[in-house]
Design a protein around this ligand. Structure first.
Ligand SMILES: C[S@@+](CC[C@H](N)C(=O)[O-])C[C@H]1O[C@@H](n2cnc3c(N)ncnc32)[C@H](O)[C@@H]1O
Ligand code: SF4
Length: 449
């Protein structure tokens, strides 16, 4: 075990830093960014190479208690079909304003995109192809709930060009599944994975979560051993974020049943050990990938990026997020759509964009954003890195020196390079926070580990 006591003294079990999928973080967004700003940024993005596109599908057949994603339950298909119609209109509008740029990455997330019937998948894919043609080597990933997939949907997704399937697993232990309100047999998951492979989907990602009620090191080991039979190319192992004041359904999970921070640390360490000895490369703070996978390669070559979807090897300068609650990232700032499906649809139905809030980069934002991204991706920050922009070496040195002083043994400043040591890696989000100018004392996100 790494120095748990020293890590605890450094704040690992106490602090609640952001996950830094953006900088500044979404709670700092304001109403200053609206549809006109979004259209302006979209217009510029289209002129500078391929873009990425994220589409949000905020529907699920079941609502798992642990889930913090923006989604709503529906038993019928009518709201889904109506949503897809509006989404197609929004895609066509965005394409027109952006000048029909090519796509380097397409991701369907949710919610459960596989709630779409095969004809809806095909119709949505046709609109995308017309509006944002794939660039050479483009990747198209879809989040898949194994309980919500069948041969017809897999065939439609394959036909649409899906290259990667991201399968939601969380944990294989039936006791833990019961505690998080998400029953899912191993057989159903294994059959979904096999069907996707048979259909020619070459890349599989699996989502797991540690820190769930009732989880212990032995149970997580069993889950990981079963996962390894499926040999996914990528694994995301998220720390459970419990915020019932934001995600009301999490109130079904009792706080006292959750593993405390020291056990969460042991869970994360045990998982890392198992996955590394099974041949996976650790990628960033919570991902693992087989060495030949694009994410592992990007991590080795210092090309890893962090965005709202987590880690990516996508080099595009703009990520366009469409659908209710989606967030776009442009070189100029962030723009988020109205979170409620009804409000989003009202805007789209009148031919307008549904931008609701966001952030315009100013001052040292870009430089600090790039610095935090490098720490989250590389566990190191070179103050002279051209991605940080001019003036970073002088502007960020005090924060780098402060980090090395505050976390000796965990962060070291060697010339112009701040390095998070192997032992200090669990503290990465806490160390990145030292570069965050928006962070207010007392602001609490999720547990640091
Ligand atoms: C949109 S969901 C998954 C897609 C699909 N609906 C499914 O359930 O399989 C994306 C992922 O976010 C992760 N996630 C959701 N809520 C979380 C939470 N409270 N803490 C940590 N990870 C969470 C889960 O691993 C989940 O698979
Ligand atoms: S985990 Fe997936 S299926 Fe469950 S509520 Fe969240 S998005 Fe829906």
């Amino acid at each position: 075990m790494k120095h748990a006591a020293q890590l605890a003294a450094a704040g690992l079990f106490r602090e609640r830093p952001p996950r830094y999928t953006s900088y500044p973080t979404a709670p700092n967004f304001s109403g200053g960014v609206g549809p006109e700003t979004f259209a302006d940024w979209l217009g510029r993005a289209g002129g500078s190479g391929p873009v990425s596109l994220y589409l949000h599908v905020p529907f699920c057949r079941r609502l798992c208690w642990f889930c913090a994603c923006r989604t709503q339950g529906t038993r019928t298909d009518a709201p889904v079909a109506a949503y897809v119609e509006a989404l197609k209109a929004e895609i066509a509008h965005a394409s027109e304003v952006a000048g029909r740029p090519r796509l380097s990455r397409l991701h369907w997330g949710g919610g459960t995109p596989t709630i779409l019937a095969p004809d809806l998948i095909a119709s949505l894919a046709r609109t995308i192809r017309r509006s944002f043609p794939f660039a050479e080597g483009a990747e198209f990933s879809v989040e898949i709930d194994p309980n919500e997939i069948d041969a017809g949907r897999i065939a439609a997704l394959r036909e649409a060009g899906m290259t990667r399937a991201s399968i939601g697993i969380q944990d294989f232990d039936p006791r833990i599944q019961e505690a998080i309100g998400r029953p899912q047999s191993f057989r159903v998951t294994a059959e979904a994975a096999a069907a996707l492979r048979r259909a020619g989907i070459e890349s599989l990602n699996a989502d797991l979560v540690y820190g769930l009620p009732g989880q212990n090191v032995a149970s997580l080991r069993r889950t990981l051993r079963r996962l390894l039979w499926l040999r996914p190319d990528r694994i995301a192992l998220y720390g459970y974020a419990h915020a019932p004041h934001l995600a009301k359904r999490q109130a079904m999970i009792r706080e006292e049943d959750l593993p405390g921070a020291p056990l969460r640390f042991d869970l994360a360490e045990a998982a890392r050990e198992i996955l590394v000895s099974a041949g996976y490369d650790p990628v960033g703070i919570d991902h693992f990938a087989l060495p030949a996978d694009g994410l592992a390669r990007a991590a080795r070559e210092g090309r890893l990026r962090r965005n709202f979807q987590g880690y990516t090897d996508d080099a595009a300068a703009a990520l366009i997020g469409l659908g209710a609650s989606s967030i776009s990232e442009f070189p100029e700032g962030y723009a988020q759509n109205a979170p409620a499906t009804a409000a989003w649809r009202r805007a789209v139905d009148t031919g307008a964009f549904a931008t609701h809030r966001g952030h315009v980069f100013r001052g040292e934002d870009r430089m600090r954003k790039a610095a935090i991204e490098r720490l989250m991706c590389d566990f190191a920050l070179d103050l002279g890195d051209p991605r940080l922009g001019a003036g970073a070496a002088a502007a960020l040195r005090p924060a780098a020196e402060g980090a090395a002083r505050r976390w000796p043994g965990f962060a070291a400043l060697e010339g112009s390079r701040l390095r998070i040591t192997e032992e200090g890696r669990p503290l990465t989000r806490i160390i990145a926070r030292a570069f965050d100018e928006y962070d207010e004392a007392g602001s609490a996100y999720s547990m640091a580990i």
